[in-house]
Design a protein around this ligand. Structure first.
Ligand code: ADP
Ligand code: MG
Length: 253
């Protein structure tokens, strides 16, 4: 079966620092992948290459059979124009650590904005869908609130509803709970668990080991730009094969 996401030989260097050193990954449709790894190991860069927010130096990213960021002619790759890149990116949701909501828009407007901008829906349709999505993340009663009037957990749930609004093929989450006060982490993880149960293809960078254990199909441990090991949570978390994984887990568990 063709995976939803396929990375082959992905390399990325900033200056002289090789941040990704040949990443191969296959993520099946409907699967939840949790990416673990020390700070600076390349987790955010890896996520950002999947939707071409970061251009790879070498290697390929394919999402749902589509080469991301490039067109292949013979054995050469040509970067796509901005419009085509934005179209590809619209199929890949991204949820950031710091929510990145538009401060001057209400929760409802934040969620309704993208489907209107991409002309996928009329304004009325987009508002209707936005309300349904806010309801799904438990925030129907906060539709008219501005981000500053919402808690961090509520803002992150709005950001998740916004990611869902374009009906993406997959959603990438970059440490979605690490900017939250501890008492607000649970409400966001609950939403992630619901999405996982609904069969959403998700890639989640997180240090929430409990979430990884319950919700992940695959846990990937990244260190210094390489996949050190990957497998079901019971294997990677409870019986890590590599010393570096063990050392990392002993710090976060
Ligand atoms: P992680 O998310 O695992 O903490 P990152 O992918 O953010 O790691 O970063 C990996 C390394 O790449 C770090 O050393 C970081 O400083 C560096 N890096 C990330 N983005 C850039 C950039 N735009 N320019 C230069 N260096 C970067
Ligand atoms: Mg990061």
């Amino acid at each position: 079966m063709t995976p939803m996401v396929r990375l082959r030989g992905v390399h990325k260097t900033f200056g002289t620092h090789e941040v990704l050193r040949g990443i191969d990954l296959d993520l099946p449709a409907g699967s939840v992948t949790v990416i673990l790894g020390p700070s600076g190991s390349g987790k955010s860069t890896l996520l950002r290459t999947i939707n071409h927010l970061e251009k790879v130096d070498r290697g390929t990213v394919v999402v749902d059979g589509q080469l991301i960021g490039y067109r292949q002619v013979g054995d050469r790759l040509y970067e796509l124009g901005e419009r085509l890149i934005l179209r590809q990116r619209a199929d890949i949701g991204f949820v950031f650590q710091n929510f990145n909501l538009f401060p001057h828009l209400t929760a409802l407007e934040n969620v309704a904005e993208a489907p209107v901008a991409t002309r996928r829906l009329t304004r009325a349709q987009a508002r209707e869908r936005a309300l349904a999505l806010l309801d799904r993340v438990g925030l129907a009663d906060r539709a008219g609130a501005y981000p500053r009037q919402l808690s961090g957990g509520q803002q992150q749930r709005v950001a998740i509803a916004r990611a869902l609004a374009l009906e993406p093929k997959l959603i990438l989450f970059d440490e979605p709970t690490s900017a939250l006060d501890p008492e607000l982490v649970g409400e966001v993880l609950d939403v992630l668990r619901d999405l996982a149960r609904a069969g959403t293809t998700m890639v989640v960078v997180t240090h929430e080991i409990g979430f990884a254990r319950e919700a992940a199909d695959t846990v990937v441990f990244l260190d210094a730009g390489r996949v050190v090991e990957q497998g079901p949570p019971g294997a990677v978390l409870d019986h890590p094969a590599h010393e570096r994984t063990r050392a990392f887990l002993s710090k976060v568990l």
